[in-house]
Design a binder for this molecule. Sequence first.
Ligand SMILES: [Zn+2]
Length: 334
Amino acid sequence: MRVGNTVATALAGLWLLAVALPVLAEEPAAPAAPKLAAKDGPKAKPQPEARKLFGAKQEPAPLEARAIGFYSRGCLAGAKPIAIDGPAWQAMRLSRNRNWGHPNLVALVQRLAVDAKAKDGWRGLLVGDMSQPRGGPMLTGHASHQVGLDADIWLTEMPDRRMTRREREDMSAVSMLGSDGVLVDPKVFTPAHARLIRRAASYPEVERVLVHPGIKKALCEDPASDKASLAKIRPFWGHHYHMHVRIGCPPGNDLCKAQPPATADDGCGKEVDTWIALLRRPKPPPDPEKKPPRPRPQLTLDQLPAECRLVLETPAAPAAAGRPPAQKGASRDK
Ligand SMILES: [Zn+2]
């Protein structure tokens, strides 16, 4: 395909935007660890990665429920699990043990499930990753999901039967995108999908719903969409198999760091079109000289709020020994 000068100039501008856009989406990556000063070099002990400490915890910290820190730099006290089966939901990938959240998030997901079934023609939710039992960074995936206020909801409705644990591991998620990998396939992305996403955004507690730019574009063009929901539904990389629902800091959680509120802008003009153009840009040819980027330094415990040390070190409640098998020995599945 021939690329004209005008297009080339536009693409050059888009490369710059590529750097800026993830900031717009407000799913900040984990911040880089500060470099140790040279004088500290020989003495400073390498700190263990926070993701290893939090990833090893199988049980919640039996403390008052609190989201501590920011979505991408924090932890969770007093987490509650969402039931693996509810009247209108099933939790997925149980071996990951990530079906934990602040009680407000658990309540919100349950409410969304029941409302979507009753009002949107959606049989029930498949609930993906929420948080680890004590929140914190994860060994794999997700810069956010650390404080128990984020939940991934599949864009596939649950089957009309209870799935086995094995099926919940093996079932493949379905992409909403068409063959161009940019816009949705209308045969896959239906009005019921649009209603589900808008339903999630409609709750006052929900501050963001992250979806693929192609899904955002489809919602922008849907006359059934309202401006207030669209303002919370934000485009982001990935998110064409699932949406990411984020609630705000629970009232009274003083240590929870809020994100900026959504503005009145529905994001349907230049913003979504810029994303779409970015996704359509031709990939630069591979440069054999280029070195692979260095892996990003991982967060250490010292870089999380000080209260996260207490969350990590508080012994699990004795009753946890009798917890449902959904949590127990979960890692054996994988
Ligand atoms: Zn997510």
